[in-house]
Design a protein around this ligand. Structure first.
Ligand code: C2E
Ligand code: MG
Ligand code: MG
Ligand code: MG
Length: 282
């Protein structure tokens, strides 16, 4: 019996694997066409000043509106796009679209705030990234201080390369955020060498803040360390008033999360900004 069961398990495992590799090939092909068929879209999530409650920034997050599959989450296709190298083209589209949209909003009288864009490892390793970003800024007319690029610790493993690359990018006048901070292996001594503006505390620490004392300690430590290094801190994944209060009491500068708003399509984001700005003015 056990043997039989074992065999069944193996068969199940194989067919599952098979299914997954076919599925993967399909996705890969579809990903290639998605850009040309305009299936990508950017959603925007507000970033709030923790004290004043104003919107001080926004993060652009990619969505794939697949004709049959519906919305495919970036967690599914970004890693695949990263593996195939296709992320470079997608990523360039993301930067251009975010800059274009931000510039258009500013022309329509919206608050002038930076838009954050996630960079992928492959993009970061591109020799001509600086030139590409410079061209996009020129093309769209967005002033550089209204663009922030988000990198992760994994991109900074080669410290010299990362330092040079960041210095080059920053010379354009844009901002650099360290995303998902605390989940990677970056050394604190290097952190101060990188010309970054802001640390984003990873959502995994914020999630259990109220239940897990060590997460609470990690969060308050990251905040005070960042402030010693003259960096601003934003917490991601803030969902409750209790988390917000803790972050406020520990002098976190900014917050982003479902407590204020999920990421929204551009038109809904505009409505959200209006609603928040009006309630802040009252
Ligand atoms: P990230 O850059 O850390 O983005 C934050 C993620 O947390 C987003 O997931 C956002 O929807 C989610 N989030 C924000 N607030 C909350 C909250 O209060 N609760 C919960 N449960 N989640 C919250 P999303 O949009 O699915 O993106 C996932 C990841 O995919 C991003 O993590 C980023 O690493 C990557 N990604 C998204 N867009 C792009 C892109 O344009 N380019 C690249 N290279 N990566 C992207
Ligand atoms: Mg991010
Ligand atoms: Mg993040
Ligand atoms: Mg994250």
């Amino acid at each position: 019996r056990a043997k039989e069961q074992g065999r069944n398990n193996v068969q199940f495992y194989h067919s599952n694997l098979n299914y997954r590799s076919i599925e993967r090939l399909n996705l890969e092909g579809e990903l290639r066409m998605a850009l040309h068929q305009n299936q990508f879209e950017l959603y925007y999530q507000p970033q709030m000043d923790i004290r004043g409650g104003d919107i001080v920034g926004m993060e652009a997050l990619i969505r794939w509106r697949h004709p049959e599959r519906g919305m495919v989450s970036p967690g599914t296709f970004i890693p695949l796009a990263e593996e195939t190298g296709f992320i470079v083209e997608i990523g360039e589209w993301v930067i251009r679209e975010a800059c274009r949209q931000n510039r258009q909003w500013q022309e329509n009288g919206f608050p002038k705030i930076p838009v954050s864009v996630n960079l992928s490892v492959r993009q970061f390793l591109q020799q001509n990234l600086k030139q590409k970003v410079a061209n996009i800024l020129k093309e769209t007319g967005l002033e550089p201080q209204y663009l922030a690029l988000e990198i992760t610790e994994s991109m900074t493993l080669d410290v010299d390369y990362a330092t040079n690359c960041l210095i080059e990018l920053k010379s354009l006048g844009l901002l650099i955020n360290m995303d998902d901070f605390g989940t990677g292996y970056s050394s604190l001594s290097y952190l101060k060498k990188f010309p970054i503006n802001k640390l984003k505390i990873d959502r995994s620490f914020v999630r259990d803040l109220m239940e897990d004392p060590s997460d609470a300690a990690i969060v308050s430590t990251i905040i005070s360390m960042a402030h010693h290094m003259k960096l601003k801190v934003i917490a991601e994944g803030v969902e409750t008033i209790e988390q917000l209060d803790y972050l406020n009491a520990n002098h976190c500068n900014e917050v982003q999360g479902f407590y204020f708003s999920p990421p929204l399509p551009a038109d809904e984001f505009v409505e959200k900004v209006k609603a928040i700005t009006e309630s802040a003015a009252m």
